[in-house]
Write a protein that binds this ligand. Structure first.
Ligand SMILES: CC(C)(COP(=O)(O)OP(=O)(O)OC[C@H]1O[C@@H](n2cnc3c(N)ncnc32)[C@H](O)[C@@H]1OP(=O)(O)O)[C@@H](O)C(=O)NCCC(=O)NCCS
Length: 268
């Protein structure tokens, strides 16, 4: 798709919460935020889902609180420092290094979303002239009666290393021009058009901004939703390999497709 929206996603600073965030321009009631200390159970709910669990090659499955604690300790140990540095970059109009996307947690925030630089409340949404918004997706969300701050899923982009599992703490700090993406929506959020808009936002609002030249995804053949979404987001299918799948996720040999997206030429 590479964004149906003309408004580009961009990282902003929320003074009230004292944290960086990024709204999805096409679905402004959803924002990306940093991990919070209360997110342990959210990871368990997300990654213990059998459908998502079977597609993740490296992540443990079943996934329990101990797994999420390990992840939070290793991956987000430096998050405060990373967010403070991001704030400084935003203030100075400079570009942060091409490290891991630090706003991986998607939440429903309908009451105070910044749209094209202005602030809208729930009731004023429909009154704003917002050609970039996908109203059908917004309406689907609104019909779900979600509570504000409901956790919706996790999307991230991180430096490409050969062994992410052993070096994930390092990848959060080291910059790289080649990234990989990983994403999961909560089961109740899938198939509503959110994934495509969310990945577009991460690619534009982080990868293109920080100067990632190439983004890679590996997707199992049977994961039709993910393969369709990644193509909509401007990736090309370049290769496929047979991987021996972990036993706890069904085992056997699986065909895995490699997808690549280059940095758009019009991005400065
Ligand atoms: C993969 C995932 C993030 C996609 O997000 P999503 O919001 O469900 O996808 P969208 O609604 O934006 O749909 C994207 C495309 O896939 C299609 N699609 C969605 N769900 C589908 C399904 N179950 N089967 C077939 N096609 C599907 C949609 O029709 C759409 O195609 P279109 O643009 O031609 O209409 C989400 O489904 C998910 O979290 N799945 C489980 C975890 C997972 O697989 N992670 C990725 C591992 S590689």
């Amino acid at each position: 798709m590479s964004s149906s929206s003309s408004a580009r996603a961009h990282v902003q600073w929320d003074e009230e919460r004292s944290e960086p965030y990024m709204i999805i321009p096409a679905v402004p009631s959803i924002r990306f935020t940093p991990l919070r200390s209360t997110d342990g159970q959210n990871f368990v709910d997300l990654y213990n889902d059998p459908e998502g669990g079977q597609y993740a090659f490296r992540r443990p499955y079943p996934y329990d609180l101990e797994c999420s604690q390990w992840f939070m300790d290793n991956f987000h140990a430096d998050l405060d420092m990373i967010c403070a540095s991001l704030k400084s970059h935003l203030e100075h109009g400079t570009r942060p290094p091409a490290t891991t996307f630090p706003l991986a947690m998607m939440r429903y925030v309908p009451t105070c979303s910044s749209v094209n630089g202005s602030t809208a409340t729930d009731s004023s949404y429909s009154k704003l002239d917002r050609p970039d918004v996908d109203q059908a997706v917004e309406d689907r969300l609104s019909e779900m009666n979600l509570s504000p701050d409901t956790f919706l899923g996790s999307f991230t982009s991180f430096p490409n290393t050969n062994d992410i599992a052993n070096s994930i703490g390092e990848t959060s700090k080291s910059a790289s021009r080649t990234h990989m993406v990983a994403y999961d929506l909560m089961p109740f959020m899938r198939g509503k058009g959110v994934g495509t808009r969310a990945l577009d936002a991460v690619l534009e609002g982080w990868n293109d901004w920080v100067g990632v030249e190439e983004t890679i995804a590996h997707i199992q053949e049977s994961n039709v939703a993910s393969r369709t979404m990644i193509r909509r987001c401007g990736f090309d299918e370049v290769d496929s390999e047979i991987w021996q799948w972990p036993l706890e996720k069904g085992g056997g040999e699986r065909r895995v497709f490699k997808y690549v997206r280059g940095r758009p030429k019009d991005v400065k």
